[in-house]
Unconditional design. Structure first.
Lengths: 161, 526
């Protein structure tokens, strides 16, 4: 994630230039466009520039973007929480954690907090089942979660952003 | 140069980084310098040492002492006691040390421990240094093969070894390579499937993080055998560290002339490219993965034609799982007969398992094919947490089967488990103790499939929704006996009519949970 922390803003054209205009680069281009969108989603403009660059219809790029769960077509908060909801985490208590997160953030799954700071999502297995229940906060993996540690994590982020 | 007295290995993988491994590493280096030991003590990064959920883990050699749950605050004392005064710090020592050898299928009568195959270098070498891999005999196989073997001979050796795909389907690797070699066309491809998404599985991640060069060497061998000049590694988008390490390793291999044109002065040319996925379980299916690589929605293709004749961009393509490939350099180095010395007659070699859930010590292990579930749980994973009773295990991920207590002593390999209507699958073992709610577990598995169904074919798209409706009713005690029977019936139809293994495999968790836990499920009906 090239822009995070560094504050460097890459314009869409600059992102596109990094990749050959070949269809097999579409996931890379979409990842990069989304990472650099301040609202962390693929806006219509993102999809349009990608389609023009790859010389495919807008609808084609939209269909690819909507297929993969890591891409969002709706604006999201500045922090994205992705709670793992696969069987191992479930066994270790992710269900009650989800209820806790919904309550703490006052959002439903897929929702963004009023202050625009958090979006709550579910994800399939993150592959860190040894420290279940786990979640990703943006790029960071967090495990052995309890309501207390979740509170601390949320507080830290609220102060940072 | 001073002789290094102690090597301190610190495990840097996604799990330990989460627990603060980078901070501990920094503190270690600083403290060692502060105490004037920088010339005698070397701090080295390595991949996972096999522990899971034990915080930051370091190993001090030559003593081989494992420390777990180390924090930066512990470092000064640890350095002073162990590294300066030579007294291991008992407080942080790990008593249940992860095995660095293969776990035997029969415990009795074995005189010496055998080294690991797949995980040989994991947690031993620094994955970010190509020289360490070479120092362990890495790239020796490709060197020998290029100098003295024909591609057909490589395929013959792999066939003879009996190596079968470790991603779940267990198809003969040698046969697959042979088909691709014989297929018409000048351009062929090798794809490494690292889209590890089966819940509870993280072996491929730890192999990628712990020994990326091994994968490069394996793909070189596959490329040479098949006649391909390009390879792709398709990795899950969530596996940031795996992607970083593999890209670093590829750059190093290019620098050393191990990737590129005329490798090791031969006429063989091969290069590898990393592709980052974007979150779709179905892309673990090989034709869906190929579609995704081509820049499309990850819908599975009709088979036949199989990828070995018409794969990526319509060219003959071999798709192999990470673990399968990790066996290849070892087989070519030590020979097929050596490999057949491990495992069972029908399934030679080892299997890497991730064992998680209600066990005392979850982790990553490599066991011979044919090891029983009981041995894995009780001998390796320390038994059930808090001394509770074993209730069941979900083996092989969400697309796997629930196993009850009477399956504890069945020899586990790809062939044998089939006879019990179970699968080894990806090698994930999720253990449940006496308190586990089996209805909830099944419900969770069905939710998973509903979410991951790609929508391409009707039986799976509609079936997963209906199954979730049924289990939701049953879970809140509003279901009927008919609902339970419908679960089985719908998944049976899905097994026969779904387009790809995703929809076909749902029958397994449903039928197996009904087989072993029917009483518990029925108790929710009244």
């Amino acid at each position: 994630m090239s822009c995070k922390g560094g504050g460097e803003i890459l314009y869409r054209e600059a992102i596109l230039k990094k990749f050959r205009p070949s269809l097999d680069n579409i996931l890379y281009i979409l990842h990069d466009l989304q990472d650099n969108n301040p609202q962390r989603y693929l806006a219509k403009d993102d999809i349009r520039v990608c389609a023009d660059y790859l010389n495919v219809p807008y609808s084609y790029v939209h269909s690819v973007a909507s297929f993969y769960t890591m891409f969002s077509l709706e604006p999201r908060g500045s922090n994205i929480i992705r709670l793992c909801d696969s069987p191992p985490c479930h066994l270790m208590g992710s269900k009650s954690l989800l209820a806790y997160l919904k309550e703490a953030l006052k959002v439903d799954i897929g929702g963004t907090t009023k202050d625009g700071k958090f979006t709550l999502e579910l994800t399939s297995c993150l592959g860190v089942c040894g420290v279940a229940p786990a979640m990703m906060l943006n790029d960071e993996m967090l495990g052995n979660l309890t309501p207390e540690t979740v509170d601390a994590i949320l507080d830290r982020r609220r102060k940072e952003s | 140069m001073n002789l290094v007295r102690n090597h301190v290995l610190i495990s840097i993988d996604a799990g330990t980084i989460m627990a603060g491994a980078r901070a501990v590493e920094k503190a270690l280096v600083e403290e060692i310098a502060k105490q004037g030991l920088a010339d005698e003590i070397a701090v080295l990064e390595t991949g996972s040492v096999g522990t899971v959920g034990q915080g930051v883990v370091i190993v001090v050699y030559p003593e081989g002492v494992f420390y777990a749950n180390v924090t930066p605050q512990d470092v000064p004392q640890l350095v002073e006691e162990h590294l300066l005064k030579g007294r291991p710090l008992k407080r942080l020592m790990l008593t249940e040390v992860p095995k660095q050898s293969v776990i035997k299928k029969e415990k009795a009568g074995l005189l010496k421990e055998q080294p690991r195959i797949v995980l040989r270098n994991c947690g031993v070498i620094d994955p970010e240094k190509i020289d360490e891999y070479i120092g362990e005999g890495g790239y020796l196989s490709i060197g020998n093969v290029l100098a003295s073997m024909k591609p057909e001979e490589v395929i013959e050796e792999i066939k003879k070894s009996g190596l079968a795909g470790r991603g779940g389907a267990s198809f003969s690797t040698g046969m697959k390579w042979d088909f691709a070699r014989r297929a018409q066309g000048d351009i062929k491809y090798i794809i490494c499937n690292a889209d590890e998404g089966e819940p509870g599985t993280f072996k491929d991640r730890l192999i990628l993080e712990g020994d990326p060069h091994k994968l490069i060497e394996a793909m070189l061998l596959a490329g040479y055998a098949v006649g391909a000049s390009k390879g792709f590694v398709y990795i899950r988008g969530e596996y940031a560290l795996s992607i970083e390490r593999l890209e670093k390793a590829i750059a190093q291999a290019r620098d050393y002339g191990l990737l590129g044109i005329n490798i090791l002065d031969s006429t063989f040319t091969f290069d590898i490219f990393v592709m980052k996925g974007a979150g779709a379980y179905v892309c673990g299916e090989e034709t869906a993965l190929i579609e995704s690589l081509e820049g499309k929605r990850g819908h599975p293709r009709n088979k036949p034609p199989y990828p070995v004749t018409e794969g990526l961009w319509g060219k003959p393509t071999v798709v192999n799982n990470v673990e399968t490939l990790a066996n290849v350099p070892e087989i070519m180095k030590n020979g097929a007969d050596w490999f057949r010395g491990y495992g069972t007659e029908k399934c030679p070699g080892t299997k890497v398992y991730t064992i998680i859930g209600n066990v005392a010590t979850p982790g990553l292990i490599e066991a011979e094919m044919g090891t029983t579930l009981r041995d894995i749980i009780y001998e390796y994973a320390g038994g059930i947490k808090e001394g509770k009773k074993f209730k069941g295990a979900l083996v092989g991920g969400a697309a796997g089967a629930f196993l009850g207590p009477d399956m504890l002593d069945v020899q586990m390999d790809f062939v044998n488990l089939k006879e019990y209507a179970a699968v080894l699958g990806s090698g994930a073992i999720l253990v449940m103790d006496e308190n586990a709610d089996m209805v909830e577990m099944l419900q969770n598995v069905l939710y998973f499939f509903k979410h991951e169904s790609c929508g391409h074919c009707v039986p799976c798209r509609l079936g997963t929704v209906q199954l979730v409706k049924l289990i939701d009713r049953i879970a809140v005690s509003k279901g009927s006996q008919e609902d339970v029977n419908k679960l089985l019936k719908i998944s049976d139809v899905m097994r026969d009519t779904s387009f790809c293994p995703l929809g076909q495999s749902l029958y397994l968790p449903i039928s197996s949970s009904l087989k072993y836990f029917r009483e518990e499920i029925d108790a929710r009906i009244q």
